[in-house]
Design a protein around this ligand. Structure first.
Ligand SMILES: Cc1cc2nc3c(=O)[nH]c(=O)nc-3n(C[C@H](O)[C@H](O)[C@H](O)COP(=O)(O)OP(=O)(O)OC[C@H]3O[C@@H](n4cnc5c(N)ncnc54)[C@H](O)[C@@H]3O)c2cc1C
Length: 476
């Protein structure tokens, strides 16, 4: 039995991992040169509570149970996750009634621990919040993570359990005959399969079209961000939401798992074809700063180290498209707008164990190891353990990225685990993710990559072919 998953974002990665628990040959196809470089790479990284979603939607059904799985998943796969909790802030009496509506909606969706607290309590716990705050809805089950790390960890664990990973291999066709999916076609080959799971993010509509389906219909909705340096750490301790207007959660201020502060996102609908338009705009960033200042008026904007944008795969029905279809063996995990990363673990379990395994008659493997060790980060280890690593291999003592104190040992380990580019190293180790944004360490990482991959430095890329870092010959 051969099963193909299309797309190695957080959704495809977790679905593939769950399927690896069964006696089946699972193949994961990703057109990018690495894992987690689609929508999963640029978003708020919030593990939502589930109170923002209208009851009856698939978002509401999968968000709270997905959120509840994150401790277990983070323990098994060894990625950073903080259950920070969140406030939805009411800045007027009218907004307090919005909080009451959200609390009721959350309770209907099974979100535990929601309570509306007075301004004194909000300001005691978050002293930098707008002093005009009237009340706050406290949601203890909200958290933050790095979604690309979840995808990388899930794929590493799945590979250890038998997954066939095909990077830089775009699915260009799907063969269907007799109403059943028969094969996956890529420029590199044809793979006969019994089932395909469509987890292709912004391009899931194109994959669905390959089997003749008209759902989902997708268009990109851009969200822009400003990232503040770790020097701003302590500004906020939990995720701050404004009282929402319509279906948008609004512009937020939140702590990141590595101590920074993130502002954003705004929401701008783009034409259907603009699926790579992840540039930031002057107006967009102004909107982000104005929205963030409503929640935290004294923002240390001089600590801004990066701006970026992500694209949501939005659909007219504003909901996920999940499960079996009229084409036998073709399953959807599509239209994954927010809270897609939160819902992903529960969607993966449901699809694999309650839909695909029973339909295909899959049996469980005798052996499946759910545990994956992350790359050690010596700067976070007790000094004795760091020294022990250095005694084993001195590269663990050579700091390459000073902002995030990333050592050569970590970079070598990232290469061993599949990093082939600067971004491959960055998203596995956080080297180049800090205050100087790679200003100091890029050339050192470039040389390490060149040495380890047996390439000339000019043949080492930011992401992959077509994204050169240096042009011309690099002097030794
Ligand atoms: C601005 C913004 C903020 C968000 N904030 C949050 C949040 O705080 N919390 C939350 O829960 N959710 C949030 N989301 C939503 C969340 O990020 C997404 O739901 C989730 O990342 C989607 O993951 P995915 O695996 O479906 O898609 P992707 O990560 O895009 O993965 C799909 C993969 O498929 C690949 N692919 C596409 N076509 C092909 C092909 N033909 N062949 C092979 N591979 C292909 C792509 O390269 C890509 O890597 C946010 C999204 C955005 C944009």
């Amino acid at each position: 039995m051969r099963i193909a998953v299309v797309g190695a974002g957080i959704v495809g990665a977790l679905v593939a991992r769950e399927l690896c628990r069964y006696e089946a040959e699972v193949h994961l196809f990703e057109r990018a040169p690495d894992v987690g470089w689609g929508v999963t790479k640029a978003n708020s990284g919030i593990v939502h509570g589930g109170f923002h979603d209208r009851p009856g939607t698939l978002r509401a059904r999968f968000c709270a149970p997905g959120s509840a799985l994150f401790e277990e998943l983070a323990r098994e796969l060894d990625f950073a996750f903080l259950r920070t909790g969140a406030w939805v802030l009411a800045l007027s009496r009218v907004e307090v009634s919005v909080l009451e509506g959200l609390r009721e909606q959350g309770e209907e969706n099974g979100v535990p621990g929601l309570e509306i607290l007075p301004r004194e309590e909000v300001l005691a716990r978050e002293p930098h919040v707008n002093p005009e705050v009237v009340a706050g809805l406290w949601a203890p089950t909200v958290g933050v993570t790095e979604p690309w790390q979840v995808a990388i960890a899930a794929v590493e664990n799945a590979v250890a359990n038998g997954l066939f990973l095909h990077l830089a291999q775009e699915v260009t066709g799907l063969e269907v005959s007799g109403g059943r999916v028969q094969a996956v076609v890529t420029p590199q080959g044809r793979y006969p399969v019994e089932a395909v799971i469509n987890a292709a993010g912004l391009y899931a509509d194109r994959i669905a079209e390959m089997v003749g389906l008209t759902e989902p219909r997708l268009f990109p909705r851009r969200g822009e961000y400003v990232l503040l340096d770790k020097a701003a750490s302590g500004l906020v301790h939990s995720v701050l939401f404004p009282a929402p207007v319509g279906d948008s959660k609004g512009i937020l201020v939140l702590p990141t798992v590595d101590g920074g502060v993130l502002l954003g996102p705004n929401a701008q609908d783009l034409p259907e074809g603009a699926r790579e338009a992840n540039e930031t705009t002057g107006e967009g960033l102004e909107e982000v700063v104005a929205g963030a200042k409503r929640l935290v008026p004294e923002l240390p904007l001089h600590q801004a180290i990066k701006t970026f944008a992500g694209l949501r795969p939005e659909s007219p029905q504003q909901d996920f498209v999940l499960g079996p279809t009229q084409v036998k063996g073709f399953y959807q995990a599509a239209a994954m707008r927010s809270p897609g990363l939160t819902a992903a673990p529960q969607i993966a379990r449901w699809l694999a164990h309650e839909v695909i395994a029973p339909e295909l008659g899959l049996t469980r493997k005798a052996q499946f190891n759910p545990v994956r060790q992350g790359i050690p980060h010596p700067a976070e280890l007790p000094p004795g353990e760091w020294e022990a690593l250095i005694r084993e291999d001195p590269s663990w003592g050579r700091v390459v990225c000073f902002c995030n104190r990333v050592t050569e040992g970590e970079i070598l380990e990232a290469v061993r685990r599949g990093a082939r580019s600067l971004d491959g190293v960055k998203f596995r180790t956080r080297a180049g993710f800090g205050r100087c944004q790679g200003g100091v360490c890029t050339d050192k990482i470039l040389k390490i990559l060149a040495r380890e991959l047996g390439r000339e430095p000019e043949d080492v890329h930011l992401r992959g072919p077509g994204s050169p870092v240096v042009v011309g010959k690099v002097r030794p």
